[in-house]
Design a protein around this ligand. Structure first.
Ligand code: CA
Ligand code: CA
Ligand code: CA
Ligand code: CA
Ligand code: CA
Length: 383
């Protein structure tokens, strides 16, 4: 373990040696980005220690090509999955490069397409969403280039096509800097985009259409005290989960107008020794008969926490993602996504996709990427 800590710490150490000089040289925008990049992992050793308190582990089955911004750049952030119903093996994993766009990868991790559509932080997908008189598979993203929401349809080949004629710009007085984003499909099949800002404001919009033109209609709004990011909507139970990075996971009922947000006690560091902030990516596993779980990336310990989807969202267990025979371990995950059904023969019980903050090829640190983990591994931990 010692050696792997050194291998892991060294690039970070080198990185931390850089800022003073870099700052003086005042490539200021780049400096600010890099500080933000590693703001969640300054206490690397503590994170690795906390990680080892979690006993259960799964292993990556595959990984994507690196998000090519250099080994010390924090560029990859959040994945989203699109299931190809006609040819499941041709399903697509989308992953953000928060410096410039969205990658589309195949199920073996090869890059298919790169969409240079802005500094996209979070993305989410939904299938069979009613918009006007049509039904679409859609992908939405939070765009930090122009503080906007972007929205695409996904065609039968898994390609993105613009749905909004122009990016939906957000008022900076309301959402100061767009950050997290998720989608919600209600029981009638209508779609909603939910976006948050670093100032804690969360806005929900209904995806509406008039004639041939699609637009976002303000629907609901909430405010948290500090920075949120990861969010996920449970479409079946109509519940929105919001990760406030330094405080825990909140939930609110999307089916009841005016419902308050409430903090989930089991997701707070004060109540749960397996929570080390930040809380980052959130996703839902839809099990049979309303069963399943809420999964959270616990970035402060490089682990993943599982909560009940029902009742009080009780904490169930945690796991880590260790090095597999061909793919390196996963550290410091931001976004993650779960697909809850079989994907051909490749992933018979579904797929977990996670961002990897430190992507190694042997001893060599590469640009960040996304890892694929067969959901069967996670499900078997719970039996
Ligand atoms: Ca990161
Ligand atoms: Ca996502
Ligand atoms: Ca974050
Ligand atoms: Ca790794
Ligand atoms: Ca690797």
């Amino acid at each position: 373990m010692k050696q792997s800590i050194i291998v892991l710490i060294l690039p970070l150490f080198l990185y931390h040696c850089q800022p003073a000089r870099t700052q003086e040289e005042a490539s200021s925008e780049e400096f600010i980005r890099n500080v933000e990049a590693r703001e969640d992992s300054l206490e690397m050793v503590k994170a690795l220690e906390a990680r080892l308190k979690v006993k259960e582990a799964v292993f990556p089955n595959a990984e994507t090509e690196p998000v090519g911004e250099g080994a010390l750049e924090d560029a990859a952030d959040d994945p989203a999955f699109w299931y190809n119903q006609a040819q499941p093996e041709q399903s697509v994993v989308f992953g953000t490069n928060k410096k410039g766009g969205i990658y589309a990868y195949n199920l073996t991790g090869d890059e298919k397409t790169y969409y240079q559509v802005g500094a996209i932080n979070n993305i989410d997908t939904r299938q069979g969403v009613k918009i006007g008189s049509d039904t679409y598979d859609i992908l939405a993203g939070s765009n930090r280039t122009d503080n906007s929401i972007i929205l695409f349809s996904i065609n039968g080949e898994g390609e993105l096509k613009k749905l909004l004629k122009e990016n939906h710009r957000l008022d900076k007085l309301e959402i100061d800097e767009v950050y997290g984003l998720c989608l919600y499909k209600d029981a009638e099949g209508e779609g909603y985009v939910i976006a948050n800002g670093k100032n804690g404001r969360i806005n929900m919009y209904r995806i509406a259409a008039e004639k041939d033109s699609c637009y976002l209609l303000p629907h609901r709004s909430w405010k948290l005290k500090s920075q949120p990011e990861g969010m996920v909507a449970d479409d079946i139970y109509g519940v929105l989960y919001i990760g406030e990075e330094q405080r825990g996971i909140w939930r609110t009922d999307l089916k009841t107008e005016g419902s308050e947000v409430e903090l989930i006690p089991s997701s707070q560091r004060e109540n749960n020794p397996f929570i080390t902030y930040d809380i980052e990516g959130l996703s839902i596993y839809y099990g049979e008969n309303g069963d399943g779980f809420l999964l959270a990336s616990i970035q402060g310990s490089f682990t993943y926490a599982i909560f009940d989807r029902q009742g009080d969202n009780a904490y169930l267990s945690s796991f880590r993602i260790d090095e597999g025979p061909e793919v390196d371990a996963v550290y410091e995950t931001d976004g993650l996504d779960i697909f809850s059904g079989p994907i051909g023969d490749l992933y018979p019980q579904g797929l977990l996709i996670v961002q990897d903050g430190f992507n190694y090829d042997g001893q060599q640190l590469q640009s960040q990427n996304f890892k694929y983990i067969g959901l069967d591994q996670v499900l078997s931990l719970r039996q």
